[in-house]
Design a protein around this ligand. Sequence first.
Ligand code: F6P
Length: 341
Amino acid sequence: MRVGVLTGGGDCPGLNAVIRAVVRKGVQQYGYEFVGFRDGWRGPLEGLTRTLDVKAVRGILPRGGTILGSSRTNPIKVEGGVERIKENLANLGVDALVAIGGEDTLGVATALHTHGVQVVGVPKTIDNDLNNTDYTFGFDTAVTIATEAIDRLHTTAESHHRVLIVEVMGRHAGWIALHSGMAGGANVILIPEEKYDIEQVCAWVESRFKSEYAPIVVVSEGAAPKEGDEILVNQELDSFGHVRLGGVGERLAQEIEKRTGKESRTTVLGHVQRGGTPTPRDRWLATRFGLHAIDAVHAGDWGKMVALQGTDIVRVPLSSATTELKTVPLDLYEEAKVLFG
Ligand code: F6P
């Protein structure tokens, strides 16, 4: 069996750990050969490959990013894209694909499966918003980086009696904000799942100053005020129809400063959350996903995604992971609010 592997969408710490586990177990246990596809779906679409053997995956476990490269190419939007992929797979003698990605990459995998491509999915996103899996790898690393930043910002906020706003990633789901905000003792956490009331935010900020402590506000990039929408960097859409978000932190700083008279500053963590080495927990999860993904290939269990449920790795239909996003339940958010202010 010849198996193609690709990584699509935004990169994420732990991708290399998955690739390594898939290749090592595939070669050692099943005697498979591998083809690395470059840059997400652009690889199979344009026939862009690289060598992927045991030697190629040596030493990559702790490395961030992906040795295969990534892109947000959407072959479904390309005329004849599905047929071109099928042709390229046939020409390269590739029998099956392991697609490692988030909602977009796995959405394409779902569509290709309905066109007869033998594909198994592995869920990845720092946002942790894929359905049917308790966690995705990359999330723990992003939360660790954000928490460390919040810890550092506390001391400078206190020295200057300032409000410090930390903008974290999270387009539709506030998992990173919620986890890092709670772990870092944030004064306010704002998430996309619930529009915020600026007056309430200012009340929480002022109450923190009353206890002679400086407030930290953690906000997801996708959070929006009651009377408005999320803030976009520009009007452009990517090939999956996504806008680029960013700027909510700065807007909050201006509003808070205007309404409370307290000096405010914003830190946007951005891609720092996605770069660098994965945490041990992410390496562990990514490795287990890889080991189980190649088992699914061996079992011919096409159209499935490996998923973490409790402590077990299970297989769920690819479509069930991508039709709906896993957002933060509002009762979980309520639980955190007790500590606001
Ligand atoms: O989906 C993961 C993610 O990091 C989001 O949190 C963020 O909105 C988006 O990707 C950023 O994408 P890009 O790197 O293409 O700007």
